[in-house]
Design a protein around this ligand. Structure first.
Ligand code: GRF
Length: 217
């Protein structure tokens, strides 16, 4: 019942395909994992638009290859973080985006953006939060010498990597790991975790209760 009530329904009562926007600044392997999981039928969603703050982000090329609309929004065209975010949100509204995924988007979001998409804004972080927030997650976890690392998919709030956690996956570090092998395995785990969290979102199974995200059956 709860699951049904949470499903997004179109006018005809048939469950609607969720429109995803992906924001990415770099190579876009997490974007690729979403595209692939939609292709395989695992995710019942559509990538409506990929937006980048970097003109040469490989994520844009990946999207184009799959005939997904892309947009480079130049941060130099905005005088403040909020002004930039307003440009982004305008596009998200234009493309009727239901959920926004930050997949290696290297900008902090303004309160304006977070408020506009609260509980509809998802980030993937390459450590087990709250350990090692920030942009050097793999390096920081490796240098600290942790025995178990992993990744975190979470809703975004006003802080840096502080929002309510949707799911986490482990990446135990082996004695014969190098930084490269640790990171390579970690990325593969990310590519499972992000689509899994998105699937739960698309199926209306995520309920945010304060800091806790409950997964409905
Ligand atoms: C990933 O490690 C993700 O966890 C972090 O940024 C990286 C993006 O990689 N937020 P990619 O561009 O998706 O390959």
């Amino acid at each position: 019942m709860v699951k049904e009530a949470n499903k997004k329904l179109g006018n005809n009562g048939i469950s609607k395909i969720i429109n995803i926007a992906v924001l990415a600044s770099g190579r876009g392997t997490n974007l690729q994992s979403i595209i692939d999981k939609i292709g395989s039928g695992y995710l019942n969603a559509k990538v409506a638009i990929v937006i980048s703050d970097k003109q040469d982000a490989f994520a844009l090329e990946r999207a184009k290859k799959h005939k997904i609309t892309t947009l480079f929004l130049d941060p130099k065209k905005a005088t403040s973080r909020e002004e930039y975010d307003k440009m982004v949100v305008k596009q998200l509204e234009k493309y009727k985006v239901d959920v926004v995924v930050l997949a290696g988007f290297m900008r902090l979001l303004s309160k304006y953006f977070v408020n506009a998409y609260r509980n509809k804004l998802i980030n993937i972080h390459p450590t087990l939060l709250p350990s090692f927030p920030g942009i050097h997650g793999y390096e920081d976890a490796w240098q600290y010498g942790v025995k178990i690392s992993g990744c975190t998919v979470h809703f975004v709030d006003e802080g840096c990597d502080t929002g309510p956690i949707i799911l986490q996956k482990f990446n135990p570090i082996k004695d014969d790991d190098t930084f490269e092998s640790f990171k390579e395995r970690g990325l593969k785990i990310e590519h499972e975790a992000l689509p899994e969290a998105l699937k739960l979102f698309c199926e209306g199974k995520l309920k945010v209760d304060g800091r806790r995200v409950k997964i409905l059956n």
